[in-house]
Ligand binder design. Structure first.
Ligand code: XMP
Ligand code: MG
Length: 183
């Protein structure tokens, strides 16, 4: 899927495919340095992290394993509540493993805060976060995100794994939707 397939549904491109790819490779370079001599367990948060996971994993040179979790925030509304339900847990025992959580976007940070506490309780050797995108609200939650692709404004974005009503995940760039799509 690309911009031409969206007709007038695309408002604007916020981060181009090229900028995303360059930045993911930069992050992979830093991760390679930081984890030299170790094996990393990448934990992707479904479904949004699929694209960043695929690109990051292929750009890394350190040995990696990949696993996935699916979580959902309790409660109605568009804001996440911080109360999280596990839809799919890890297949891997992370005891003494070097775990790197791979996320599409951090908005309120509440989901990630919960996930960190949950994974910490399983006693990994180390636990860090890599997120493709971060919104300004994330600063309100005291979590340290070691690897961040881009800080973006508080707008609803789609593409590169992110959806609106399950659509547009397969766009290779990050964009915003024209208002008529929501109404
Ligand atoms: P938190 O708990 O950090 O939630 O508020 C993060 C999750 O919220 C979703 N999210 C978005 N999804 N476009 C999307 O498609 C967005 O702009 C957006 N902002 C937040 C996403 O599922 C993320 O994992
Ligand atoms: Mg979503």
């Amino acid at each position: 899927m690309d911009a031409a397939d969206m007709g007038n549904d695309l408002e604007k491109v916020l981060i181009s495919e090229e900028d995303l790819q360059v930045r993911i490779k930069e992050l992979a370079g830093r991760i390679d340095e930081d984890y030299a001599g170790k094996e990393v367990l990448l934990v992707g948060v479904l479904k949004g992290a699929v694209m960043v996971m695929a690109d990051l994993a292929r750009a890394l040179h350190v040995p990696v394993q990949m696993d996935w979790m699916a979580v959902s925030s309790y409660g109605a509304g568009t804001r996440s509540s911080g109360v999280v339900r596990v839809l799919k847990d890890l297949d891997t025992d992370i005891l003494d493993r070097h775990v790197l959580i791979v996320e599409d976007i951090i908005d309120s940070g509440l989901t990630l805060h919960w996930l960190l506490e949950n994974l910490k309780s399983r006693n990994p050797a180390s636990l860090e976060i890599c997120a493709a995108l971060r919104k300004p609200d994330a600063v309100k939650v005291p979590i340290e995100v070691k690897y961040v692709g881009f800080d973006i404004p508080s707008e609803f974005v789609i593409g590169y794994g992110l959806d609106y009503a399950e659509r547009y995940r397969n766009l290779p760039f990050i964009g915003t939707l024209a208002p008529h799509v929501y109404t």
